[in-house]
Design a protein around this ligand. Sequence first.
Ligand SMILES: *Cc1c(COP(=O)(O)O)cnc(C)c1O
Length: 493
Amino acid sequence: MQDQLQDLWRVAQGTWDSGVLPSENIILRARSTLITTLPNVGSSLEFVKNHLLHDIVPAFNGGSISPNYYGFITGGVTPAALFADNIVSAYDQNVQVHIGNHSIVTDVEYQALGLLTDLFNLERAQWQNGTFTTGATGSNIIGLACGREFVLQKAAERKGSQLSSVGEHGLFEVLQGLGLSGVQVLSTMPHSSLVKAAGVLGIGRANVRNICLADDPLQFDMTQLEKELARTDKVSIVAISCGEVNTGRFATSGMEQLAQIRQLCDRYGAWIHADGAFGIFARVLEDGEEFSMIKKGCDGIELVDSITGDAHKLLNVPYDCGFFLSRHLDLATHVFKNANAAYLSGGATDGPSIPSPLNIGMENSRRFRALPVYANLLRYGRQGYRDIVKRQVHLARAIYEWIFDHPAYIALPEANSKADLVDQTFMVVLFCAKDDALNQNLPAKINETSRMYVSGTSWQGRPATRIAISNWRVDVERDLELVSSVLAQVAQQ
Ligand SMILES: *Cc1c(COP(=O)(O)O)cnc(C)c1O
């Protein structure tokens, strides 16, 4: 297996050398080689391998392989994670039922969750319960599902009703029984996947409400928040954008505000979910002046009820891998349990008491996603991740400083001083070109160089461009040189 891994790794390096995007011709060529009807008779393994490696792979993009792919937030794949992920495929363990005497895999998942809570300075006793998911979208669905269960349970307690479980009775009967018109999600600039989760869960996309200050779309309007929580016709989940995808900034400003939100939610029986897909990684940074503003953004997150995190982003394991942490995992069983399926129960085992993944998450059969996470956490440890995230922040800040000083560009959100901008910068850079014509096509012009890749977005009604730095191979000097030379070249066109 080592030989094959070496081959794959060499191919991966080759893709990186050849630019962040494949050329149009290479994609056309690859498309023309695709087998489009089912062969009657199979081909040799050699043929299949060659086809994959030489026809298809060259038309991949550098999303994970290149440190200069700054689109979306993709992360990369470390050698340790790649190795672990190939073991996962080769041994193909199904992590669904905890039978501690039959396989170690559920123990590894449990310990990987524990190591993650250590990385984020969360107390194990409260947070080690959790589960691995396909990504932050999956985690947001579980978070809102648990929240929905919780807030209706609280409402049922207040009204003395027995009918409280959506998992058991369905949303419609529970709401009707409680005389409620719905569940609402109160948030500021939530990620689109959170809105999708509301759609999936029968909460409704229209019931995800923006409760922001008039002059800041990301900060909660605390007066308005309390007013919404106090409504008697609806129950509420508060969803905190712990890292907003356009700006990389945080919706809350520290322990004091989190304590205040916690108090309000306790008073009104609301659940707090934090979407920290990438933002939770700010907790890895060292204390002190340099990162104090961004660390405040995820300070107090330990007071929420559930947390979404992505491992295929800043943890740099391969797709797909996310995690869900919760202080009330028993609630997840109300939603996700396999009822009346005795053959799926684990039975008595030695070792720690570990819930069977199939009763607390969406899938029954699942990939052994935890192994690459476990491998990376061993490989890098707290110091290693601190170093990776620090380099990402340093590069983002250096790019912002360069953009702030450049006559053709505007750094966003617009700031009074460079120092203000830098202090608030995590690992995302948002900017636009002053010239409208250039700004319309800015991401395309940058990506045409194939030296780096950016995503387009919109900011306050105008097109904007994002650079999200999430790869473990980030090198501040080398990458600043590349980014600034590309942006300088594009500005001159
Ligand atoms: C990326 C992201 C998501 C969605 O994550 P997937 O891993 O693509 O499912 C959700 N929330 C935030 C804040 C994100 O950055």
